[in-house]
Write a protein of this length. Structure first.
Length: 456
């Protein structure tokens, strides 16, 4: 039903251009959307008794009694009792019911209802119950995923990789490695992830696209990532630090590509001395925590705030987003500087039009590379970041002056005018970036001293 409709679209889009990474990215994201929609439709079917009386009535008009008897016959007595009382169950009890279903049981309703008319009517009923805001978000989400994956693949193609194995670190179903492989000669693809469900997803996508991507379950904080060119898209929190540290100590992995993620969860990272800070200093520990917390503000824009149409709210969100972007790039610069201090060739790039789009590429070789202008990162040093933060601070001061003049004599600011208070945050960010620059400089000095001692 859902599969057949989306399958037709997939096959049409895929004809003769599957070897192109952008086409494959589009195809794969569409295929995964089909998989998720089928899964959600299956839940809709099994949760019939939790829907409104009107939906249940229409449902019973579409599905014949014979079909329902066959579906019920597939359930165990315990499952049947839970299914019949579905309307009064808690969400946890409903989830336990779904956990108890085998793949055969879950998909059986979709299989047994083979009438085109029935399928069409059931699908329309399902679509009528979807949350339009949720599905609009999903559409934008998949569009962003497509643009992101194809752009990263293009960047890798321009830089070039030297390993015969591409390792997608914390890669889920291996989206990134699969897409990159379409524009390179690398066909030995490996996904490493700690989630067992990721392994199941790898197998499902392999089957759909006739691929042979391998999966290895690894706790990256404890186990060793296999040799190869490593790619990691949005490793969260301290996982980012674990990946770059492992790569730096693995001489058999020639390249690393890592894409930023929100780093608020890295606030408890203990080895900040790795980046030039003093891990025993309360001041430095707090600076690291504040910088990671600010980096999460990069996603402040676009929240489902009921006052989102308020211009003051929109302005406050955009300013906070800019602060978050600068903080995130500061963290990326600290990590890039750490890799440089270890003697590697490191470059910072940017995936355009993508939240959390900063990219670090580290290589063990010093061969020159050139990329399209769209991937260039405009800020390459802490001085660049501080200059941008000072520009933002100047704008805020001007806005505050205008605001005070326009509302002189009014004791309360207009509702939502929180952007005025972001001035303090920018001032604190500048202080944090100054200390981060000093930490990075001290790490460079340590690296030079180590090199001199090695030569002596």
């Amino acid at each position: 039903m859902a599969a057949s409709r989306l399958e037709e679209t997939r096959n049409t889009a895929n004809t003769a251009i599957i070897n192109r990474s952008d086409a494959f990215a589009c195809d794969m994201i569409g295929g995964k959307q089909t998989t998720r929609e089928i899964s959600e439709f299956g839940r809709f079917f099994w949760m019939k008794n939790r829907h409104s009386t009107e939906i249940q009535r229409i449902f019973d008009q579409i599905v014949t009694p014979k079909q329902m008897r066959a579906i019920r016959a597939l359930l165990t007595p315990e499952q049947l009792a839970i299914y019949d009382s579905m309307g009064s169950l808690t969400n946890k009890q409903v989830n336990r019911f779904f956990d108890s279903l085998t793949e055969r049981q879950f998909e059986y309703p979709i299989e047994i209802i083979d009438s085109v008319d029935q399928r069409s009517r059931l699908w329309d009923l399902y679509v009528s119950q979807r949350d339009p805001i949720h599905w609009n978000y999903r559409t934008r989400f998949y569009d962003r995923k497509y643009r992101e994956s194809s752009a990263i693949a293009a960047l890798v193609h321009q830089i070039g990789i030297t390993s015969n194995t591409l390792v997608d670190v914390a890669g889920g179903s291996g989206d990134l490695a699969r897409t990159i492989s379409q524009s390179t000669r690398v066909r030995n693809l490996l996904v490493v992830d700690y989630s067992e469900r990721a392994g199941e997803y790898v197998d499902a996508i392999n089957h759909r696209f006739d691929q042979s991507v391998r999966f290895q379950r690894i706790n990256i904080f404890e186990g060793l990532i296999p040799n190869g060119t490593w790619v990691a898209k949005h490793p969260c929190g301290m996982l980012y630090d674990a990946v770059i540290h492992q790569w730096a100590n693995n001489p058999n992995s020639p390249e690393l590509l890592i894409v930023s993620c929100c780093q608020g969860k890295a606030s408890g990272f203990a080895n900040i001395d790795r980046y030039g800070f003093d891990a025993g200093s309360h001041t430095d520990v707090n600076i690291w925590r504040e910088l990671t917390a600010m980096s999460d503000w990069s996603t402040a824009r676009g929240s489902n705030n009921s006052r989102q149409n308020n211009p003051f709210v929109r302005l406050g969100e955009s300013i906070r987003t800019e602060i978050g972007n600068l903080a995130m790039l500061g963290l990326d610069m600290l990590r890039a500087n750490y890799l440089r201090s270890r003697g590697f060739q490191v470059q910072l790039f940017r995936i355009p039009d993508v939240i959390k789009g900063n990219v670090i590429i580290a290589r063990r070789s010093d061969r020159p590379v050139s990329v399209e202008k769209r991937f260039e990162q405009p800020f390459q040093t802490f001085d660049d970041l501080m200059m941008q933060a000072n520009v933002l601070h100047y704008k805020l001061r001007k806005l505050a002056d205008v605001h005070r003049f326009n509302f002189q004599g009014i004791r309360r600011l207009p509702k939502g005018a929180t952007f005025i208070h972001e001035t303090n945050n920018v001032e604190r960010l500048i202080e944090i970036l100054e200390r981060s620059r000093d930490a990075a400089d001290s790490l460079k000095t340590q690296g030079r001293e180590l090199d001199e001692n090695a030569h002596n």
